[in-house]
Design a protein around this ligand. Structure first.
Ligand code: AMP
Ligand code: ZN
Ligand code: FE
Ligand code: FE
Length: 281
């Protein structure tokens, strides 16, 4: 049984429609795939339809952007109420701030390379959460860089002179919010150091205390050592571990099912009290 609990679509910075994500899961023989777009559940309805039609297991989820003392933390949430007002208020604030911030990054870039806000907006699907990958796509379209990875390496990395941050809730508060919305919170890629600074283990302990379910230990951007560190910390904190591809379509090299979660952990997750269930395969 192949379980992949982290994937993006055109509702944020992936390149597949929600239907195409589910089709890709079927083609890769993934039994359960999660849709976890950044700060939005806009892709759920289409993904649920496609999964029901194609007989693929679907875990409705989200990846909540969080920030602790300026350090980025990503919190996955599964099976929550997408209309929960407390969580929605924070997601709306993040998405609005993401727009302002993307304009700021684009203005900074425009001083040195050919790019306009219109070029960026062309890359963003209707209503999608705007992120640096869309700016990367505009740089690719304008011939500045060959692909997203090069755009991040040359211009968009955290701490670049063209970087700007956006509002995001505190990660411990976000764990509470996901819980209050009837969801299961999992910390995404806790030790992916190449993305930028990491929060101290004490913050992860506070998230565990607040009701975190698992650490996403097995992730394409973790080295073997970072993966083991996450497994060890999860054990110390009494948390489960998950694994997932963080699939972004053609936006990142890893395919669906590149990393997986054990059926035992999936069962444990499904045994948690949640607002809704998965679409069964
Ligand atoms: P943002 O949410 O706007 O801060 O942008 C972060 C997003 O960019 C995350 O979804 C990452 O997966 C993606 N990202 C970060 N580094 C890279 C990279 N080197 N190549 C492609 N995508 C990246
Ligand atoms: Zn992403
Ligand atoms: Fe992430
Ligand atoms: Fe992600």
């Amino acid at each position: 049984m192949i379980v992949d609990l982290h994937a993006h679509t055109l509702a944020s910075d992936g390149t597949d429609t929600p239907t195409e994500l589910v089709e890709a899961a079927a083609a890769a023989e993934v039994d359960v795939v999660a849709i976890t777009d950044h700060d939005t559940t806009a892709g759920w309805a289409e993904a649920i339809d496609a999964a029901t039609r194609l007989g693929v297991g679907l875990m409705p989820g989200i990846e909540v952007s969080c920030s602790w003392q300026g350090i980025s933390v990503h919190l996955l949430g599964y099976l929550h109420d997408p209309l929960n007002e407390g969580l929605l208020a924070e997601l709306d604030a993040s998405r609005e701030s993401r727009d302002t911030r993307a304009r700021r990054i684009t203005d900074l870039l425009a001083a040195d390379v050919p790019i306009t806000w219109d070029d960026v907006m062309t890359q963003v699907a209707d209503g999608a959460t705007v992120g640096r990958p869309h700016i990367a796509d505009a740089l690719v379209a304008n011939g500045v860089v060959p692909d997203r990875s090069a755009a991040f390496a040359d211009y968009l990395y955290t701490g670049s002179p063209y970087y700007a941050s956006h509002y995001a809730p505190d990660p411990v508060e976000a764990v509470h919010l996901v819980h209050a919305a009837g969801g299961v919170p999992v910390m995404a890629h806790p030790f992916a150091a190449k993305r930028g600074r990491l929060v101290p283990d004490e913050v992860i302990a506070d998230m565990a205390e607040a009701g975190l379910f698992a650490l996403e230990a097995n992730h394409p951007e973790h080295t073997d050592e970072q993966c083991s560190r996450a497994v060890d910390l999860a054990r110390d904190l009494g948390l489960h571990v998950t694994g997932s591809s963080d699939y972004h379509g053609t936006g990142k090299p890893q395919g669906l099912g590149a990393r997986t979660t054990t059926p035992e952990v999936l069962e444990a997750l499904l045994a948690e009290p949640t607002h809704r269930g998965i679409v069964r395969p």
